[in-house]
Design a protein around this ligand. Structure first.
Ligand SMILES: O=C(O)CCC(=O)C(=O)O
Ligand SMILES: [Fe+2]
Length: 495
């Protein structure tokens, strides 16, 4: 269901005020200032501009700085003027997928614990840090503010304008087929609580696919349906060629961000060094989300780390209508808006949720009272979250609970209570508890500390894989003399 596009404020614009300190903007009234901002940032909702103006204490100059100088917020057609784009269908070199000059990005994370209003921190942040207001989430637009206050990195103007536009158009077309069993609503149950996701989404796998697909698959006639996060069911979709080319750029950028990070986004004692993969970041699957209008949103949640592993990094590309992405610590009380941060995700931006974000924070896409219309996608926003499903964490290799008659693969979580001596330790529990199953809503109540091998993979997975293969080939059961390899090895889909 899409809400009507926001009316653009009527403009009769005075000349923009001088921003070199020559002329003050004190004598302009708020409507005029909003009109000026609106003409400069035509795709940003009126409410957002107002919020920025308030944060900037009425200063047009500061508001413009917060909004990032215009380029990042603007419609894709403006961006597409930069550089040479490939015409649709024509193969372009990877570099032609990136904007001529990389726009705003801050690839260095500072400690996210300081919420100060410093004007110049060790990151060289010279723009004003937005001030938290009591009871109101802080809205961030600038990559350096996101880097300083959250465990994420924001890169705006990520792709060359025309590439972003083409990908947006392709995925809007793809998303027409996302309707799930006649419903446009997806329900997650997390720890007994319902999270309604009023948007449509689909899981895409890269190339050959992922061992276990993060949730296993079932075949129904010609169709192969995948589940992920243990709850959703989707038909198999494979990265399109265009997605594949963009994915290579995403991987390159994520590796750069990870290597340039100075201080970890989460405390070291939580074991980032211990658990984070020593291999360069890569992705083998993505969830493509489509939000049509401001009413479509996704509630507070953290992405399940069961199949991705501890300290996973997730990269998220946003296209089309800009929306607010919420971030709050897991420990924040329900309904408590203090300490909640909103990040504005404009068209053609890349948000990297770094190691620890899924363990220590929750995220959401806020519903919006209205959205500005995007010239190409109307009221729609497309989001692609790139993940790496670890072959060692395929459901069939996971420790199992004690549920009768069929024990189920466990759910992986971390102890997040800092007062606990086990802070940062991972454990397995029954997925029935995660989904609120059983009389008590706790499943079978099974709990086990997670143990890891020297390579940082879940202990015993190779043995379990061997057993699984033996079962599949009949080697162990039937005492067949010759072992038949059942699949193409790690990372490939077992059929
Ligand atoms: O749409 C977004 O930016 C976030 C989507 C998300 O949280 C998810 O797919 O898990
Ligand atoms: Fe998520």
């Amino acid at each position: 269901m899409s809400s009507p596009p926001a009316k653009k404020p009527k403009l009769s614009l005075p000349p923009p005020p001088a921003t070199d300190g020559g002329e003050s903007d004190d004598d302009l009234d708020t409507d005029t200032k909003l009109g000026i901002l609106s003409s400069l940032f035509s795709l940003v909702e009126h409410e957002v501009l107002l919020e920025v103006l308030i944060t900037a204490e009425g200063s047009l100059e500061t508001a413009q700085k917060i909004l990032g100088g215009g380029g990042a917020m603007e419609a894709a057609p403006q961006n597409s003027k930069r550089g040479i784009a490939s015409s649709s269908g024509a193969q372009a070199s990877l570099s032609s997928y990136l904007p001529a000059a990389t726009s705003s990005s801050s690839t260095i994370n500072t400690s996210n614990t300081s919420n100060t209003n410093n004007t110049n921190n060790n990151n060289g942040i010279s723009s004003l840090m937005p001030r938290p207001q009591k009871g109101k989430p802080l809205l961030l637009f600038k990559p350096e503010h996101v880097a300083a206050l959250t465990p994420c990195t924001l890169i705006t103007g990520f792709l060359q304008g025309e590439v972003a536009n083409e990908l947006l158009l392709e995925l809007v077309r793809e998303a027409q087929g996302f309707v799930k069993k006649g419903s446009r609503e997806v329900r997650f149950v997390l720890w007994g609580k319902e999270v309604w996701s009023r948007h449509t989404s689909a899981l895409y796998v890269r190339g050959e696919g992922v061992e276990g697909e993060g949730g296993g698959y079932v075949e129904e006639g010609e169709d192969v349906w995948y589940t992920y996060s243990g709850m959703k069911e989707q038909k198999k979709r494979v990265f399109t060629e265009r997605m594949e080319r963009v994915t290579e750029l995403v991987e390159e950028k994520v590796r750069e961000v990870i290597s340039e990070r100075i201080s970890p986004p989460i405390p070291l004692e939580m074991g980032r060094k211990k658990y984070e993969s020593p291999h360069p970041w890569k992705t083998n699957a993505a969830i493509v989300n489509c939000y049509d209008g401001g009413a479509e949103s996704v509630g507070w949640h953290a992405d399940q780390v069961t199949y991705l592993g501890p300290m996973t990094t997730i990269a998220s590309v946003s296209l089309g209508v800009g929306r607010e992405f919420g971030l709050k610590r897991q420990s924040a009380a329900e309904g408590e808006e203090d300490g909640v941060v909103k990040v504005w995700l404009p068209h053609n931006s890349l948000l990297i949720m770094e190691a620890g974000t899924q363990e220590e924070w929750k995220h959401c896409i806020y519903p919006a009272p209205s959205v500005s219309t995007h010239p190409l996608s109307g009221s729609k926003r497309i989001n692609i979250t790139y993940r790496y499903y670890r072959p060692s964490l395929a459901p069939k290799y996971l420790p199992r609970c004690k549920c009768e008659p069929e024990p189920l693969p466990g759910v992986l979580r971390a102890v997040m209570d800092k007062r606990s001596g086990n802070y940062g330790r991972y454990f397995w529990s029954c997925q029935g508890a995660y989904q609120g199953r059983g009389e008590s809503g706790e499943g079978c109540g099974w709990f086990e500390w997670a143990e890891w091998d020297a390579e940082g993979e879940v202990k015993g997975w190779r043995e379990r894989r061997k057993e699984e293969r033996e079962k599949e080939t009949g080697w162990g059961r039937m005492g067949v003399a010759k072992r038949v390899e059942s699949d193409g090895g790690e990372g490939s889909l077992q059929r």
